[in-house]
Design a protein around this ligand. Structure first.
Ligand code: NAD
Length: 793
């Protein structure tokens, strides 16, 4: 039977249960959130409630719902998604599980308690319902013991990482009895619907990510203690320098929580033997820290302690804090000069100084351990590498790191040091292989213990870097490249710093639109940088402004506006696919698209007021138009209300914290879409462009818009002046607000006047140019460029 998940139930509303329920709601799945019935609290008793009241009985799950609205980072992509989650309890609502397609158990990490719950579920679940556990390390098989055959076939592990909305990894763990159909379905569902990077793990302690990750962390702790490095020193070389998250080793542990880490490590300690067991033994000082309640971020003290602006680090010997240190070594300076993680790693691990020794002594055992575990925790190295990249935010998995530092050279050194080389690695070298991965005829291959096999390719995952390496580009300049995506669709990728938009990017966009009109069916504008775009190139604008080059600026702004309108009126469909920060000019480039294919994680806003400006690339007109288009059909909108809404969004530089929220703020319209899986976004955008083309795409006609005129201007102004009077905004804020209100009202015209787009663009340009010349605006720009945050002046 073909499986389908139309609804779900999450059991356990703690840290992970509430996060998983929120994520299901984010993808539009109605979900029941159940927890145990708590005892009547003194507070409830005082309120006259009794143990039979639903409010009391649902308290845990209801509390979790309230928590979802406060938590940071937000588990919900939109507050409205909360309506999809129904709280309940395991006594009154157990029976309702009979109608649920997927039941996810996320309760305390205790085999007996979990087994007792599964027994109850076994009796109520419908024939084809899938049941899964989010356990971090309990054997999936042991949990299924004693259950019916039907249950066992539909039972597996689905291990999310915290926080479930943001962490990419989903480990899927079948037992011998899980049906292949259920496993295959869950892999597809995990990727396509949940938007995760799915890795199939074997049913062994802590699965993949937490097995290798915990090993690596413990080896690092030991190396620090044995060789007298400090916490800060270790972090200064185990973070971004080697392609790992900024939080490096110890800040990561502070975020995870030291109690959780000790728990996870103990699980492997309890279940393994010999040398391996010893590595997973928790160091005494760590236990002492947990005993003291120094658990990291949640108790405001852990490896680090922050007091005011001062950050201090713990000394594991004395458990006293002293100012944070950094490891200074020649190899660190040399590595910083290298481009890319591979070059940096190679420079560091073979260096004969304190940084080099530390990294070698951490990496060598971790690489060896990973190789020993191939076949035991996962079928292949690809799964292990993906697990570490997606679960721990490493740029490169252990086998990619090994390739980067050279397998042969590193193994020689390992042998000299008396380290045992795993059979898996010896078989690679015996077969004459030089790396775990290689490319042949445009195909990526991995070593599987005997020979090389193709790395599975998913057509929905388009990697632009690899795509360009294989297919080249149609044309490029310093800021952007035009790429042939196949099937008649071209893609424009920016690659300027922060993907900021300067004249080079705009020129490339302009040329690309011409090229697409001639030779392609449609254009996708997207990139795979950290952010889609941080906006216009502010440095350039400031430079021209300080030199009083108003003529140059006017030319630039006119070109920017014209090119944005060229996107809108292109005869071929233009699909823009924003992700991450999409602010200022980045948002202005998105708004005119025929279709927006946003990532679920899109943080979009017109934030120009923060630098003393207003949008200058058509953003005011585009957002006004999109807001009008979002109004119900057949009813004459109140133009004052529409203008006021847009005014609020721009004046307050509101940034939507997800694709869904961007829709609520009218950056996205009803027909625009959101991709949950970021790896599928470019594919989704390409499909959208193709579909528009197939449907006989025609650009919108150049229409006029109605504006709110003088009454709109007055209404916007009253609001801004009120805020000014009560001291919320400065004189300069008020000045900017007035200019913005004037543009959005359509100038001094009567209510409801029909104006054309170019008229509004002219108002926008005039306002922009007058603000750019203001000294206080220039101060704001300068401050943003130097300090990276807005100045309130
Ligand atoms: P938690 O303590 O926040 O939540 C546990 C939940 O279990 C609570 O809602 C609690 O009310 C419920 N519960 C307690 N006793 C119960 C019982 N007898 N019957 C039914 N429910 C009961 O824990 P968590 O961190 O959300 O972990 C839940 C599961 O997810 C565990 O299996 C854990 O190993 C796993 N996990 C945790 C993380 C993490 O980072 N915290 C990550 C991945 C997996």
């Amino acid at each position: 039977m073909a499986h389908q998940i139309k609804n779900a139930a999450v059991i356990g509303s703690g840290v992970m249960g509430s996060g998983i329920a929120a994520h299901l709601a984010n993808i539009g799945i109605p979900v029941m959130l159940l927890d145990i019935v708590p005892e009547l609290s003194a507070e409830e008793k005082a309120k006259g409630l009794n143990p039979e009241d639903r409010k009391v009985r649902n308290r845990l799950a209801e509390g979790a719902l309230k928590g979802m609205l406060k938590q940071k980072p937000a588990p919900l992509a939109s507050k409205e998604n909360l309506a999809l989650i129904t709280p309940g309890n395991l006594e009154d609502d157990l029976d309702k599980l009979k109608d649920v397609d997927w039941i996810i158990e996320v309760i305390v990490e205790n085999l007996d308690i979990k087994k007792a719950l599964y027994e109850k579920i076994d009796h109520v679940r419908k024939e084809h319902a899938i049941v899964s556990s989010n356990t971090s390390g309990i054997s999936i098989e042991a949990m299924a013991e004693g259950r019916s055959e039907g249950f066992k076939k539909h039972f597996l592990g689905t291990h999310f990482f915290n926080p479930p909305r943001y962490l990419k990894l989903l480990e899927v763990i079948p037992t011998k009895e899980t049906s292949k159909e259920v496993l295959d379905f869950m892999i597809r569902f995990g990727e396509d619907k949940l938007g995760k990077g799915v890795v199939v793990a074997k049913d062994t302690p802590n699965f993949i990510g937490n097995r290798i990750g915990t090993y690596g962390l413990l080896v690092t702790l030991r190396e620090m203690m044995n060789r007298g490095y400090s916490v800060g020193e270790v972090d200064s070389v185990t973070g971004t320098l080697i392609g790992r998250p900024k939080s490096a080793t110890f800040r990561t542990l502070d975020v995870v929580g030291l109690d959780t880490f000790v728990h996870v490590a103990r699980n492997v300690f309890d279940k393994t033997e010999g040398e391996e067991k010893e590595v997973f033994r928790t160091p005494d000082f760590l236990l002492k820290m947990v005993e003291n309640g120094w658990l990291g971020a949640k108790s405001k003290q852990g490896f680090y302690l922050k007091e005011g602006k001062e950050i201090s680090e713990i000394d594991p010997e004395t458990l006293e804090y002293s100012p944070q240190k950094k490891l200074k070594a020649p190899s660190v300076e040399m590595a910083k000069q290298q481009k890319g993680t591979s070059g940096k790693l190679k420079t560091l691990v073979y260096a004969d100084d304190r940084a080099g020794e530390l990294l070698w002594n951490i990496l060598a055992p971790t690489l060896i351990y990973s190789a020993e575990k191939v076949g035991e925790i996962a079928d292949d190295i690809v799964s292990i590498d993906n697990g570490m990249k997606w679960g721990f935010g490493w740029n490169q998995g252990p086998f990619e790191v090994w390739d980067a530092i050279g397998v042969k050279k590193s193994v020689e050194r390992m042998k000299e040091e008396g380290r045992d080389i795993p059979a898996f690695v010896n078989s690679l070298l015996d077969a004459g292989g030089e790396s775990f991965y290689k490319e042949e005829d445009g195909q990526e291959l991995y070593f599987d213990g005997e020979g090389y096999k193709p790395v599975p390719v998913n057509e929905k995952e388009i990697n632009l870097k690899k795509w360009k390496e294989r297919n080249g580009v149609i044309m490029k300049n310093s800021g952007a490249s035009l790429i042939d995506l196949g099937d008649g669709i071209a893609l424009l990728e920016f690659h300027s710093k922060g993907n900021s938009l300067g004249p080079d990017v705009i020129q490339m966009l302009d040329k690309s639109l011409d090229e697409v009109e001639k030779n392609y069916k449609g254009l996708v504008i997207a990139n795979q940088g950290k952010n889609f775009s941080v906006g216009a190139n502010l440095g350039m604008i400031l430079l021209e402004a300080q030199d009083d080059n108003i003529f140059e600026l006017e030319f630039m702004i006119r070109m920017f506006q014209d090119t944005m309108m060229k996107i809108r009126y292109s005869r071929k469909p233009v699909v823009v696919a924003p992700h991450g920060m999409t602010v200022g000019g980045g948002a202005e480039m998105t708004l005119p698209a025929a279709h927006i294919q946003a990532s679920m994680e899109t943080y979009m806003g017109l934030v120009e007021t923060g630098v003393g400006l207003i949008p200058g690339g058509g953003g005011n007109v585009s957002l006004y138009r999109k807001t009008l288009e979002g109004m119900p059909n057949g009813i004459e909108p109140d133009y004052v209300d529409v203008a006021a809404k847009v005014f609020e969004t721009i004046a307050m530089a509101k940034v939507s914290m997800s694709g869904e929220e961007a829709r609520e703020n009218n950056f996205l319209g009803l027909c625009d879409s959101v991709s949950v899986n970021p790896d599928h976004q470019i594919y989704d955008a390409k499909q959208a462009a193709l579909a528009l083309s197939e449907a006989g795409y025609k650009p919108p006609a150049k229409r006029t818009v109605r504006v709110s005129g003088e009454p709109g201007y007055a209404a916007m102004l009253i609001g801004a002046e009120g805020m000014h009077l009560s001291g919320f905004i400065s004189d300069h804020d008020l000045k900017i607000a007035k200019k913005l209100a004037y543009v959005l009202a359509g100038g001094k015209v009567p209510y409801g006047t029909e104006v054309d787009e170019q008229y509004m663009l002219n108002l926008e340009r005039e306002a922009f140019l007058s603000l750019v010349a203001e000294p206080k605006s220039q101060q704001r720009m300068q401050h943003m460029l130097v300090k990276g945050k807005p100045l309130r002046n």
